[in-house]
Design a protein around this ligand. Structure first.
Ligand code: SAM
Ligand code: SF4
Length: 474
Protein backbone atom coordinates (compact mmCIF):
# COMPACT_ATOMS: atom_id res chain seq x y z
CA UNK A 1 0.00 0.00 0.00
CA UNK A 2 1.20 3.49 -0.80
CA UNK A 3 2.06 5.72 2.13
CA UNK A 4 2.06 8.90 0.06
CA UNK A 5 0.47 11.99 1.59
CA UNK A 6 -3.15 12.56 0.55
CA UNK A 7 -3.28 14.76 -2.51
CA UNK A 8 -6.53 15.42 -4.34
CA UNK A 9 -5.81 15.25 -8.05
CA UNK A 10 -8.01 17.55 -10.16
CA UNK A 11 -10.59 15.65 -12.21
CA UNK A 12 -9.03 16.86 -15.43
CA UNK A 13 -5.70 15.15 -14.66
CA UNK A 14 -4.60 12.97 -17.56
CA UNK A 15 -1.69 10.58 -17.61
CA UNK A 16 -0.50 11.31 -21.12
CA UNK A 17 2.75 9.33 -20.72
CA UNK A 18 2.28 5.80 -21.99
CA UNK A 19 5.57 4.14 -21.04
CA UNK A 20 4.91 1.07 -23.17
CA UNK A 21 4.15 3.14 -26.26
CA UNK A 22 7.24 5.34 -25.82
CA UNK A 23 9.45 2.27 -25.38
CA UNK A 24 7.97 0.71 -28.50
CA UNK A 25 8.83 3.85 -30.49
CA UNK A 26 12.46 3.52 -29.44
CA UNK A 27 12.69 -0.18 -30.22
CA UNK A 28 13.58 -1.57 -33.60
CA UNK A 29 16.33 -0.96 -36.09
CA UNK A 30 17.66 2.49 -36.99
CA UNK A 31 15.64 4.33 -39.67
CA UNK A 32 16.97 4.64 -43.22
CA UNK A 33 18.22 7.93 -44.62
CA UNK A 34 14.90 8.70 -46.41
CA UNK A 35 12.92 8.42 -43.21
CA UNK A 36 15.37 10.67 -41.37
CA UNK A 37 15.43 13.25 -44.16
CA UNK A 38 11.61 13.36 -44.31
CA UNK A 39 11.54 14.31 -40.63
CA UNK A 40 14.33 16.86 -41.13
CA UNK A 41 12.35 18.44 -43.99
CA UNK A 42 9.29 18.78 -41.76
CA UNK A 43 11.38 20.54 -39.10
CA UNK A 44 12.83 22.90 -41.62
CA UNK A 45 9.30 23.88 -42.59
CA UNK A 46 8.90 24.92 -38.90
CA UNK A 47 6.32 22.32 -37.99
CA UNK A 48 6.41 20.68 -34.56
CA UNK A 49 7.23 16.98 -34.66
CA UNK A 50 5.12 14.20 -33.19
CA UNK A 51 6.60 11.76 -30.67
CA UNK A 52 6.76 9.19 -33.48
CA UNK A 53 8.78 11.51 -35.75
CA UNK A 54 11.03 12.52 -32.86
CA UNK A 55 11.68 8.82 -32.22
CA UNK A 56 12.92 8.47 -35.79
CA UNK A 57 15.63 11.03 -34.99
CA UNK A 58 16.36 9.40 -31.64
CA UNK A 59 16.86 5.99 -33.26
CA UNK A 60 19.33 7.47 -35.76
CA UNK A 61 22.85 6.28 -35.00
CA UNK A 62 24.65 6.53 -38.36
CA UNK A 63 27.23 9.30 -37.68
CA UNK A 64 26.59 10.93 -41.05
CA UNK A 65 22.86 11.17 -40.44
CA UNK A 66 23.48 12.41 -36.91
CA UNK A 67 25.69 15.10 -38.48
CA UNK A 68 22.76 16.04 -40.71
CA UNK A 69 20.60 16.44 -37.61
CA UNK A 70 23.29 18.69 -36.07
CA UNK A 71 23.51 20.70 -39.28
CA UNK A 72 19.72 21.12 -39.34
CA UNK A 73 19.70 22.38 -35.75
CA UNK A 74 22.38 24.92 -36.69
CA UNK A 75 20.45 25.96 -39.78
CA UNK A 76 17.20 26.40 -37.83
CA UNK A 77 19.06 28.45 -35.25
CA UNK A 78 20.69 30.68 -37.87
CA UNK A 79 17.81 31.19 -40.25
CA UNK A 80 14.87 31.08 -37.94
CA UNK A 81 15.99 32.31 -34.54
CA UNK A 82 18.77 34.65 -35.56
CA UNK A 83 21.71 35.29 -33.29
CA UNK A 84 20.09 36.56 -30.07
CA UNK A 85 20.77 34.85 -26.74
CA UNK A 86 18.72 35.85 -23.71
CA UNK A 87 20.61 36.00 -20.41
CA UNK A 88 19.39 35.41 -16.87
CA UNK A 89 20.69 34.40 -13.43
CA UNK A 90 19.38 31.95 -10.83
CA UNK A 91 18.74 33.06 -7.25
CA UNK A 92 18.31 30.39 -4.59
CA UNK A 93 15.98 31.67 -1.88
CA UNK A 94 15.60 28.70 0.48
CA UNK A 95 16.81 25.11 0.64
CA UNK A 96 14.67 23.56 3.35
CA UNK A 97 12.99 20.58 1.76
CA UNK A 98 10.65 17.80 2.82
CA UNK A 99 11.34 15.68 -0.24
CA UNK A 100 14.04 13.12 -0.59
CA UNK A 101 15.02 13.24 -4.26
CA UNK A 102 18.04 10.95 -4.45
CA UNK A 103 19.94 13.18 -6.89
CA UNK A 104 19.67 16.45 -4.94
CA UNK A 105 22.03 17.97 -2.36
CA UNK A 106 19.05 19.58 -0.60
CA UNK A 107 17.09 16.39 0.02
CA UNK A 108 15.76 16.03 3.53
CA UNK A 109 18.04 13.12 4.47
CA UNK A 110 21.11 15.18 3.71
CA UNK A 111 22.76 16.16 6.98
CA UNK A 112 25.86 17.83 5.52
CA UNK A 113 24.10 20.63 3.72
CA UNK A 114 23.77 24.08 5.33
CA UNK A 115 20.05 25.01 5.45
CA UNK A 116 18.94 28.56 4.96
CA UNK A 117 16.01 30.73 3.94
CA UNK A 118 16.94 34.24 2.91
CA UNK A 119 15.23 37.05 4.82
CA UNK A 120 13.68 39.88 2.77
CA UNK A 121 16.77 41.99 3.52
CA UNK A 122 19.09 39.19 2.39
CA UNK A 123 17.05 38.78 -0.79
CA UNK A 124 17.41 42.50 -1.41
CA UNK A 125 21.18 42.28 -0.95
CA UNK A 126 21.46 39.39 -3.41
CA UNK A 127 19.29 41.19 -5.96
CA UNK A 128 21.28 44.40 -5.68
CA UNK A 129 24.52 42.41 -6.14
CA UNK A 130 23.03 40.89 -9.31
CA UNK A 131 21.82 44.26 -10.56
CA UNK A 132 25.30 45.70 -10.07
CA UNK A 133 26.57 43.12 -12.52
CA UNK A 134 23.90 44.07 -15.07
CA UNK A 135 21.27 41.37 -14.68
CA UNK A 136 17.63 42.13 -15.55
CA UNK A 137 16.06 38.66 -15.51
CA UNK A 138 16.12 36.19 -12.63
CA UNK A 139 14.83 32.74 -11.88
CA UNK A 140 14.09 32.11 -8.20
CA UNK A 141 14.61 28.60 -6.84
CA UNK A 142 13.23 26.94 -3.69
CA UNK A 143 13.07 23.59 -1.98
CA UNK A 144 9.61 22.16 -1.31
CA UNK A 145 8.56 23.05 2.22
CA UNK A 146 5.43 24.45 3.93
CA UNK A 147 7.33 27.67 4.62
CA UNK A 148 7.66 28.21 0.84
CA UNK A 149 3.92 28.35 0.18
CA UNK A 150 2.33 30.47 -2.55
CA UNK A 151 2.12 33.54 -0.30
CA UNK A 152 5.83 33.28 0.44
CA UNK A 153 6.65 32.88 -3.25
CA UNK A 154 4.48 35.88 -4.14
CA UNK A 155 6.03 38.05 -1.41
CA UNK A 156 9.51 37.05 -2.55
CA UNK A 157 8.71 38.00 -6.14
CA UNK A 158 7.56 41.42 -4.96
CA UNK A 159 10.67 41.87 -2.82
CA UNK A 160 12.81 41.15 -5.88
CA UNK A 161 10.94 43.59 -8.13
CA UNK A 162 11.14 46.34 -5.52
CA UNK A 163 14.90 45.96 -4.89
CA UNK A 164 16.37 48.68 -7.06
CA UNK A 165 19.61 50.55 -6.78
CA UNK A 166 20.84 53.23 -9.16
CA UNK A 167 20.02 52.20 -12.70
CA UNK A 168 19.59 48.58 -11.66
CA UNK A 169 16.26 46.79 -11.82
CA UNK A 170 14.99 43.28 -12.24
CA UNK A 171 12.35 43.33 -14.94
CA UNK A 172 11.33 39.70 -15.14
CA UNK A 173 11.16 37.14 -12.35
CA UNK A 174 10.62 33.48 -13.23
CA UNK A 175 10.08 30.71 -10.69
CA UNK A 176 11.38 27.17 -10.34
CA UNK A 177 9.50 25.71 -7.42
CA UNK A 178 7.25 22.85 -6.43
CA UNK A 179 3.99 22.57 -8.37
CA UNK A 180 1.09 24.49 -6.76
CA UNK A 181 -2.68 24.19 -6.71
CA UNK A 182 -4.86 26.56 -8.76
CA UNK A 183 -5.19 29.14 -6.02
CA UNK A 184 -1.42 29.16 -5.45
CA UNK A 185 -0.73 29.73 -9.15
CA UNK A 186 -3.20 32.64 -9.18
CA UNK A 187 -1.30 34.26 -6.29
CA UNK A 188 2.08 34.04 -7.97
CA UNK A 189 0.60 35.20 -11.27
CA UNK A 190 -0.83 38.27 -9.50
CA UNK A 191 2.64 38.95 -8.08
CA UNK A 192 3.83 39.35 -11.68
CA UNK A 193 5.85 36.23 -12.43
CA UNK A 194 7.09 35.47 -15.91
CA UNK A 195 7.55 31.73 -16.45
CA UNK A 196 6.69 29.01 -13.91
CA UNK A 197 9.05 26.05 -14.32
CA UNK A 198 8.43 22.56 -13.01
CA UNK A 199 10.78 19.81 -14.18
CA UNK A 200 9.30 16.32 -14.27
CA UNK A 201 12.84 15.03 -13.57
CA UNK A 202 12.09 11.68 -15.22
CA UNK A 203 9.04 10.74 -17.26
CA UNK A 204 9.73 7.05 -16.64
CA UNK A 205 7.42 5.93 -13.83
CA UNK A 206 9.61 3.15 -12.39
CA UNK A 207 12.63 5.46 -12.23
CA UNK A 208 10.48 8.26 -10.83
CA UNK A 209 9.32 6.03 -7.98
CA UNK A 210 12.89 4.90 -7.26
CA UNK A 211 14.34 8.43 -7.23
CA UNK A 212 11.58 9.89 -5.04
CA UNK A 213 11.27 7.46 -2.15
CA UNK A 214 9.25 7.82 1.01
CA UNK A 215 6.16 9.58 2.10
CA UNK A 216 6.75 12.82 0.19
CA UNK A 217 4.71 15.15 -2.02
CA UNK A 218 7.18 14.85 -4.83
CA UNK A 219 6.65 11.10 -4.93
CA UNK A 220 3.27 11.83 -6.60
CA UNK A 221 4.15 11.43 -10.28
CA UNK A 222 0.74 12.57 -11.51
CA UNK A 223 0.51 15.60 -9.20
CA UNK A 224 3.76 16.78 -10.76
CA UNK A 225 2.85 15.78 -14.33
CA UNK A 226 -0.36 17.78 -14.01
CA UNK A 227 1.45 20.70 -12.35
CA UNK A 228 1.84 22.90 -15.40
CA UNK A 229 -1.67 22.12 -16.66
CA UNK A 230 -2.97 23.60 -13.39
CA UNK A 231 -0.70 26.60 -13.93
CA UNK A 232 -2.18 27.19 -17.38
CA UNK A 233 -5.73 26.70 -16.10
CA UNK A 234 -5.03 29.27 -13.39
CA UNK A 235 -3.82 31.84 -15.91
CA UNK A 236 -0.02 31.47 -15.77
CA UNK A 237 0.44 31.44 -19.51
CA UNK A 238 4.21 30.93 -19.66
CA UNK A 239 5.26 27.55 -18.35
CA UNK A 240 8.60 25.74 -18.56
CA UNK A 241 9.15 21.99 -18.85
CA UNK A 242 12.30 20.08 -18.01
CA UNK A 243 13.78 16.65 -17.41
CA UNK A 244 16.85 15.81 -15.38
CA UNK A 245 19.04 13.89 -17.82
CA UNK A 246 21.03 11.04 -16.30
CA UNK A 247 18.31 9.28 -14.31
CA UNK A 248 16.98 7.14 -17.16
CA UNK A 249 17.50 6.55 -20.93
CA UNK A 250 17.89 10.06 -22.39
CA UNK A 251 15.92 9.11 -25.49
CA UNK A 252 12.90 8.19 -23.39
CA UNK A 253 13.11 11.54 -21.57
CA UNK A 254 13.18 13.43 -24.88
CA UNK A 255 10.01 11.59 -25.90
CA UNK A 256 8.50 12.47 -22.50
CA UNK A 257 9.25 16.17 -23.02
CA UNK A 258 7.90 16.15 -26.57
CA UNK A 259 4.75 14.27 -25.48
CA UNK A 260 4.25 16.83 -22.71
CA UNK A 261 4.67 19.73 -25.15
CA UNK A 262 2.23 18.14 -27.63
CA UNK A 263 -0.29 17.52 -24.83
CA UNK A 264 -0.21 21.15 -23.60
CA UNK A 265 -0.49 22.45 -27.14
CA UNK A 266 -3.55 20.26 -27.81
CA UNK A 267 -5.30 20.93 -24.53
CA UNK A 268 -4.55 24.64 -24.09
CA UNK A 269 -3.71 25.79 -27.60
CA UNK A 270 -0.31 26.89 -26.31
CA UNK A 271 2.86 24.90 -25.94
CA UNK A 272 5.51 25.35 -23.25
CA UNK A 273 7.40 28.63 -23.26
CA UNK A 274 10.69 26.87 -22.55
CA UNK A 275 12.25 23.45 -22.18
CA UNK A 276 15.25 22.87 -19.87
CA UNK A 277 17.52 19.85 -20.05
CA UNK A 278 19.65 19.84 -16.89
CA UNK A 279 22.22 17.07 -16.84
CA UNK A 280 22.98 15.35 -13.55
CA UNK A 281 25.91 16.97 -11.68
CA UNK A 282 27.79 15.98 -8.54
CA UNK A 283 25.99 17.07 -5.39
CA UNK A 284 26.67 17.07 -1.67
CA UNK A 285 26.08 13.59 -0.22
CA UNK A 286 24.72 12.21 -3.51
CA UNK A 287 25.87 8.83 -4.82
CA UNK A 288 23.88 7.64 -7.79
CA UNK A 289 24.39 4.78 -10.15
CA UNK A 290 26.07 5.94 -13.34
CA UNK A 291 24.17 3.72 -15.72
CA UNK A 292 22.22 6.46 -17.46
CA UNK A 293 24.70 9.33 -17.37
CA UNK A 294 24.60 11.14 -20.72
CA UNK A 295 27.85 11.57 -22.68
CA UNK A 296 28.69 14.92 -24.29
CA UNK A 297 27.97 13.46 -27.73
CA UNK A 298 24.52 12.21 -26.72
CA UNK A 299 23.87 15.51 -24.95
CA UNK A 300 24.50 17.30 -28.24
CA UNK A 301 22.18 14.88 -29.97
CA UNK A 302 19.41 15.51 -27.48
CA UNK A 303 19.69 19.29 -27.73
CA UNK A 304 19.70 19.18 -31.53
CA UNK A 305 16.73 16.78 -31.62
CA UNK A 306 14.74 18.98 -29.22
CA UNK A 307 15.46 21.97 -31.47
CA UNK A 308 14.06 20.07 -34.43
CA UNK A 309 11.05 18.74 -32.50
CA UNK A 310 9.65 21.91 -30.87
CA UNK A 311 10.27 24.87 -33.15
CA UNK A 312 8.21 27.33 -31.07
CA UNK A 313 9.77 26.59 -27.72
CA UNK A 314 12.75 28.35 -26.16
CA UNK A 315 15.61 26.06 -25.13
CA UNK A 316 17.50 26.82 -21.89
CA UNK A 317 21.09 25.68 -21.42
CA UNK A 318 22.34 26.21 -17.87
CA UNK A 319 25.70 26.78 -16.21
CA UNK A 320 25.68 23.16 -15.08
CA UNK A 321 27.64 22.59 -18.31
CA UNK A 322 31.29 23.50 -18.98
CA UNK A 323 32.10 26.69 -20.94
CA UNK A 324 33.46 24.88 -24.05
CA UNK A 325 30.38 22.70 -24.37
CA UNK A 326 28.05 25.63 -23.76
CA UNK A 327 29.78 27.57 -26.50
CA UNK A 328 29.40 24.70 -28.96
CA UNK A 329 25.76 24.06 -28.07
CA UNK A 330 24.67 27.67 -28.56
CA UNK A 331 24.80 27.05 -32.28
CA UNK A 332 22.29 24.19 -31.94
CA UNK A 333 19.33 26.41 -31.23
CA UNK A 334 19.67 27.34 -27.57
CA UNK A 335 17.81 30.57 -26.90
CA UNK A 336 18.54 31.30 -23.22
CA UNK A 337 21.51 30.79 -20.91
CA UNK A 338 22.33 31.84 -17.37
CA UNK A 339 25.60 33.62 -16.73
CA UNK A 340 27.56 34.82 -13.71
CA UNK A 341 25.59 32.19 -11.78
CA UNK A 342 26.20 31.21 -8.16
CA UNK A 343 23.79 28.84 -6.53
CA UNK A 344 25.08 28.80 -2.96
CA UNK A 345 22.54 30.46 -0.66
CA UNK A 346 23.76 34.12 -0.38
CA UNK A 347 26.30 33.19 -3.06
CA UNK A 348 26.26 36.55 -4.84
CA UNK A 349 27.63 38.35 -1.81
CA UNK A 350 29.56 35.61 -0.04
CA UNK A 351 30.90 33.04 -2.50
CA UNK A 352 34.56 33.22 -3.41
CA UNK A 353 36.29 31.78 -6.46
CA UNK A 354 35.58 28.17 -5.54
CA UNK A 355 32.19 26.54 -5.12
CA UNK A 356 31.09 25.25 -1.70
CA UNK A 357 29.20 22.04 -2.31
CA UNK A 358 27.63 21.96 1.18
CA UNK A 359 25.85 25.19 0.37
CA UNK A 360 24.50 24.37 -3.07
CA UNK A 361 22.12 21.94 -4.68
CA UNK A 362 24.74 20.61 -7.12
CA UNK A 363 28.04 21.72 -8.65
CA UNK A 364 28.11 24.15 -11.57
CA UNK A 365 30.38 23.65 -14.60
CA UNK A 366 30.61 27.33 -15.53
CA UNK A 367 31.09 30.03 -12.90
CA UNK A 368 32.55 32.67 -15.22
CA UNK A 369 31.36 36.22 -14.58
CA UNK A 370 28.54 37.75 -16.61
CA UNK A 371 31.07 40.07 -18.25
CA UNK A 372 33.28 37.17 -19.39
CA UNK A 373 30.31 35.35 -20.89
CA UNK A 374 29.08 38.56 -22.56
CA UNK A 375 32.48 39.10 -24.10
CA UNK A 376 32.63 35.59 -25.50
CA UNK A 377 29.12 35.91 -26.94
CA UNK A 378 29.93 39.24 -28.58
CA UNK A 379 33.18 37.94 -30.08
CA UNK A 380 31.26 34.97 -31.48
CA UNK A 381 28.78 37.48 -32.97
CA UNK A 382 25.80 36.56 -30.84
CA UNK A 383 23.64 39.43 -29.61
CA UNK A 384 23.19 39.02 -25.86
CA UNK A 385 19.75 40.25 -24.87
CA UNK A 386 18.17 41.24 -21.56
CA UNK A 387 14.86 41.95 -23.28
CA UNK A 388 11.72 41.61 -21.17
CA UNK A 389 9.42 43.48 -23.48
CA UNK A 390 6.95 40.83 -24.71
CA UNK A 391 6.02 39.72 -21.25
CA UNK A 392 5.54 43.27 -19.98
CA UNK A 393 3.40 44.22 -22.96
CA UNK A 394 1.33 41.07 -22.54
CA UNK A 395 2.74 39.53 -25.72
CA UNK A 396 2.92 35.97 -24.42
CA UNK A 397 3.94 33.17 -26.71
CA UNK A 398 6.59 35.33 -28.32
CA UNK A 399 8.45 32.40 -29.79
CA UNK A 400 5.38 31.65 -31.79
CA UNK A 401 5.20 35.25 -32.95
CA UNK A 402 8.84 35.23 -33.93
CA UNK A 403 7.95 32.52 -36.40
CA UNK A 404 4.45 33.44 -37.38
CA UNK A 405 4.30 37.24 -37.52
CA UNK A 406 6.21 38.53 -40.53
CA UNK A 407 8.90 41.01 -39.50
CA UNK A 408 8.38 40.44 -35.76
CA UNK A 409 12.07 39.82 -35.06
CA UNK A 410 13.13 42.89 -37.00
CA UNK A 411 10.47 45.14 -35.41
CA UNK A 412 10.76 43.98 -31.80
CA UNK A 413 13.38 41.36 -30.94
CA UNK A 414 16.46 42.87 -32.56
CA UNK A 415 15.77 46.46 -31.42
CA UNK A 416 15.04 45.31 -27.85
CA UNK A 417 18.14 43.12 -27.80
CA UNK A 418 20.26 46.05 -28.96
CA UNK A 419 18.82 48.61 -26.51
CA UNK A 420 19.29 46.25 -23.56
CA UNK A 421 22.79 45.41 -24.80
CA UNK A 422 23.58 49.11 -24.99
CA UNK A 423 22.37 49.56 -21.40
CA UNK A 424 24.74 46.80 -20.34
CA UNK A 425 27.68 48.25 -22.24
CA UNK A 426 27.21 51.75 -20.86
CA UNK A 427 26.37 50.83 -17.27
CA UNK A 428 28.27 47.62 -16.44
CA UNK A 429 30.72 46.35 -19.08
CA UNK A 430 34.50 46.15 -18.88
CA UNK A 431 36.35 48.20 -21.53
CA UNK A 432 37.06 45.07 -23.63
CA UNK A 433 33.42 43.98 -23.57
CA UNK A 434 32.34 47.54 -24.39
CA UNK A 435 34.57 47.54 -27.48
CA UNK A 436 33.31 44.16 -28.64
CA UNK A 437 29.72 45.28 -28.04
CA UNK A 438 30.11 48.56 -29.91
CA UNK A 439 31.41 46.67 -32.96
CA UNK A 440 28.52 44.26 -32.88
CA UNK A 441 25.90 47.00 -32.55
CA UNK A 442 27.41 48.80 -35.56
CA UNK A 443 27.28 45.57 -37.56
CA UNK A 444 23.68 44.80 -36.55
CA UNK A 445 22.55 48.33 -37.37
CA UNK A 446 24.16 48.10 -40.80
CA UNK A 447 22.10 44.97 -41.47
CA UNK A 448 18.76 46.59 -40.56
CA UNK A 449 16.92 48.09 -43.53
CA UNK A 450 16.44 51.86 -43.51
CA UNK A 451 13.07 52.93 -42.12
CA UNK A 452 11.26 54.07 -39.02
CA UNK A 453 12.30 51.11 -36.85
CA UNK A 454 15.95 51.72 -37.60
CA UNK A 455 15.83 55.48 -37.02
CA UNK A 456 13.80 55.06 -33.82
CA UNK A 457 16.32 52.47 -32.63
CA UNK A 458 19.27 54.74 -33.40
CA UNK A 459 17.58 57.52 -31.46
CA UNK A 460 17.02 55.28 -28.42
CA UNK A 461 20.57 53.95 -28.49
CA UNK A 462 21.85 57.52 -28.44
CA UNK A 463 19.57 58.44 -25.52
CA UNK A 464 20.88 55.48 -23.53
CA UNK A 465 24.46 56.57 -24.18
CA UNK A 466 23.90 60.24 -23.45
CA UNK A 467 21.22 60.38 -20.76
CA UNK A 468 19.88 58.51 -17.73
CA UNK A 469 16.91 57.18 -19.70
CA UNK A 470 16.63 53.38 -19.47
CA UNK A 471 14.16 50.62 -20.30
CA UNK A 472 13.24 52.07 -23.71
CA UNK A 473 11.59 48.97 -25.08
CA UNK A 474 9.66 48.41 -28.30
N1 SAM B 1 12.50 22.01 -5.32
C1 SAM B 1 11.93 22.36 -6.57
C2 SAM B 1 11.50 21.12 -7.31
O1 SAM B 1 11.98 20.05 -6.98
O2 SAM B 1 10.73 21.26 -8.24
C3 SAM B 1 12.93 23.15 -7.37
C4 SAM B 1 14.03 22.32 -7.86
S1 SAM B 1 15.62 22.93 -8.25
C5 SAM B 1 15.55 24.61 -7.96
C6 SAM B 1 15.67 22.82 -10.01
C7 SAM B 1 16.08 21.53 -10.60
O3 SAM B 1 17.43 21.22 -10.34
C8 SAM B 1 15.37 20.29 -10.17
O4 SAM B 1 14.06 20.25 -10.65
C9 SAM B 1 16.27 19.22 -10.76
O5 SAM B 1 15.90 18.93 -12.09
C10 SAM B 1 17.63 19.91 -10.80
N2 SAM B 1 18.62 19.18 -9.99
C11 SAM B 1 18.45 18.65 -8.77
N3 SAM B 1 19.58 17.97 -8.40
C12 SAM B 1 20.45 18.08 -9.43
C13 SAM B 1 21.78 17.58 -9.67
N4 SAM B 1 22.43 16.82 -8.80
N5 SAM B 1 22.37 17.89 -10.85
C14 SAM B 1 21.74 18.66 -11.76
N6 SAM B 1 20.51 19.16 -11.59
C15 SAM B 1 19.85 18.86 -10.44
FE1 SF4 C 1 13.83 19.24 -2.63
FE2 SF4 C 1 13.67 20.07 -5.19
FE3 SF4 C 1 15.91 18.99 -4.17
FE4 SF4 C 1 13.85 17.45 -4.57
S1 SF4 C 1 14.97 18.58 -6.20
S2 SF4 C 1 15.12 17.45 -2.71
S3 SF4 C 1 12.18 18.82 -4.11
S4 SF4 C 1 15.00 20.92 -3.60
Amino acid sequence: MSTLPQIQLPEATVDFIDDGHLHSLLAGSPPDSHQVRDVIAKSLSKQALTAEETATLLRTTDPELVDEIFATARELKRNVYGNRIVLFAPLYVGNHCLNDCLYCGFRRESTEVVRRTLTPEEIRQQVVALERKGHKRLILAFGEHPRYDADFLADTVQTVYSAKEGRGSIRRVNLNAAPLDHEGYRKVKDAGIGTYQVFQETYHKGTYARCHPGNTRKAHYLWRLDGLSRALEAGCDDVGLGALFGLYDWRFEVLGLVSHAVYLQRRFGVGPHTISFPRLQPACGVLLDQQHLVSDYDFKRLVAILRLAVPYTGLILTARERPELRRELLAFGVSQIDAGSRIELRGYTEAGDAQVLEREQFALGDIRSLDEVMQELLRDEYVPSFCTSCYRLGRTGEHFMEFAVPGFIMRFCTPNALTTLMEYLVDYASPETRDAGAKLITKELAELPAGTVKSELQDRLKRIQQTDERDLYF
